[in-house]
Ligand binder design. Structure first.
Ligand SMILES: Nc1ncnc2c1ncn2[C@@H]1O[C@H](COP(=O)(O)OP(=O)(O)OP(=O)(O)O)[C@@H](O)[C@H]1O
Ligand SMILES: [Mg+2]
Length: 266
């Protein structure tokens, strides 16, 4: 079972869209896939028409059990998405309370890692959608995954956010025994705008080998797919955006040990 994390401390860069699109593609390609929502806002959970304000069992239950030193079978927390082979471990708003509580408790950084160990035979891929902030949830995701995907919107404000994210990664990697390869994915690219073209050039010049050599274009079909609650590849398999994510996924799957990163490129 391969676990990938999708994270960036900047909001609105396409993290949830990346998670639901890669997850949708993986399931269409025949891989048993789990989407994990650890954002207290629960965008991915709402995507599939579950209510993060009302949901009873969620990723929060794992942390609650760990805090109470009890155990819970993560398989009892999984929900259907309506797409075959694609399941959801949802978020609930209660996740927001963890940042205050869990920071003071030992052993709360490996809650997700342990949960995935017990789900190992059940899925081929796990995609974790992170909240746009550093905290115990993102630390859990980074400790549990073997690959990190960092979506970055192609605009200048996003470049600063990326620097911050890589700084965070640097700190977290120091606490990890294994290296964590990461891939920066330029999103919402619009070749007609100067901001997109120029910021992409800066990204490529600055992050060299860590940046995917394709781009995810601006595509209104992502928003339309979210309106009907279907993963974009299911709603519109031949959309431009979906095709771009397919080439990204092919590349990521073809690299068993993608980049020999044990630190962060500057
Ligand atoms: N390539 C794209 N083209 C057009 N719209 C997009 C694209 N990617 C994402 N969007 C839209 O942009 C908005 C933000 O995307 P998304 O929710 O994936 O970002 P996020 O990084 O998860 O945000 P947050 O930090 O709030 O969790 C959504 O309305 C989504 O439909
Ligand atoms: Mg999101």
């Amino acid at each position: 079972m391969k676990v990938w994390t999708i994270a960036n401390q900047k909001g609105g860069v396409g993290k949830t869209t990346t998670a639901v699109t890669l997850g949708g593609l993986l399931s269409l390609w025949g891989f048993r896939t789990l989407l994990v929502d650890i954002d207290p806002h629960g965008s991915l959970t709402s995507y599939f028409r579950y209510d993060p304000d009302a949901i009873e069992e969620s990723a929060y239950s794992l942390f609650q059990a760990a805090a109470g030193k009890t155990t819970i079978d993560p398989a009892t927390l999984l929900y259907k998405t309506g797409t075959e082979g694609l399941e959801l471990l949802p978020a609930s708003v209660a996740l927001a309370t963890l940042e205050r509580q869990a920071g003071r408790m030992d052993g709360m950084g490996l809650v997700l890692k342990r949960a995935f160990e017990s789900l190992a035979g059940r899925f081929d891929y796990v995609m974790i959608d992170c909240p746009p902030m550093l905290g115990v949830l993102m630390v859990n995701a980074l400790a549990a995954c073997e690959r990190l995907i960092i979506p970055v919107q192609t605009e200048f404000l996003a470049l600063k956010g990326l620097e911050r994210m890589l700084h965070t990664l640097d700190m977290v990697l120091k606490a990890r025994s294994l290296p964590l390869p990461y891939t920066i994915v330029p999103t919402m690219f619009d070749r007609r705008t100067r901001a997109s073209v120029d910021s992409l050039r800066v990204l490529r010049d600055t992050y060299g080998e860590h940046i995917w050599n394709g781009v995810i274009p601006v595509d209104t079909r992502f928003r339309e797919a979210s309106k009907v609650g279907l993963p974009p590849p299911v709603a519109d398999p031949r959309g431009r955006g979906v095709e771009a994510y397919s080439s990204l996924l092919e590349l990521l799957m073809s690299e068993p040990r993608p980049m020999p990163a044990s630190g962060v490129a500057r």
